[in-house]
Design a protein around this ligand. Structure first.
Ligand code: ADP
Length: 167
């Protein structure tokens, strides 16, 4: 990967249209993006999809794009960013409720490595309330999440929650 690389870390459990909006807009700002499925091995039982499933679902969605790479890592984000020779962490911001957590993360990451900057993109207004937890909760209770996630992800959610309405 060449040029200015940004690393977009997250749980992506699963990837939503809100994430995709940030990816598309991130590509307007940076030459290449690494979508990093970050995970904590101690917390793996709380996720719906395994790390491998999440990586595969994102790869399938992205297809062949020389400007995007999908990877996973369980260590410190700043260490991963440094290892990739990058200097930017890309994050998305939705409601004020994101702000406090994102602010803390950006400050601790800056303390850990002053050469790395966190850049925020404001959510697209259509995706303001779209997050992976809400998607999982609604699907598990039988509500449809069509339109909030790509069709391929919708199908994967249906495999987990066969009772989910077709929308
Ligand atoms: P994490 O568990 O690290 O917060 P997520 O997968 O929930 O990971 O989110 C990864 C990043 O994408 C975060 O910066 C989050 O704020 C952002 N994001 C998630 N959903 C949206 C959305 N609907 N609009 C904009 N940014 C979003």
């Amino acid at each position: 990967m060449d040029g200015k690389i940004a690393v977009y870390p997250g749980s992506f459990d699963p990837i939503t249209n809100g994430h995709i909006d940030i990816i598309n807009r991130g590509l307007r700002c940076f030459d290449s993006l690494v979508i990093l499925v970050g995970y904590n091995p101690a917390k793996s039982s709380s996720s719906l999809f395994t790390v491998e499933e999440r990586v595969d679902m994102i790869k399938e969605l992205i297809g062949e794009n020389p400007r995007i790479e999908v990877d996973s890592d369980s260590g410190l984000i700043v260490d991963y960013v440094k290892k990739r020779g990058a200097h930017i962490i890309l994050r998305g911001l939705r409601a004020m409720s994101d702000f406090e957590y994102e602010f803390q993360m950006a400050l601790i990451n800056r303390r850990l490595n002053r050469n790395i900057e966190t850049v925020f993109l404001m959510t697209g207004s259509r995706w303001f309330y779209c997050n992976s937890s809400i998607i999982k909760e609604a699907s598990s209770l039988g509500g449809t999440v069509r339109g909030l996630v790509p069709d391929s992800i919708f199908q994967k959610l249906r495999e987990k929650y066969p009772d989910m309405s077709n929308g």
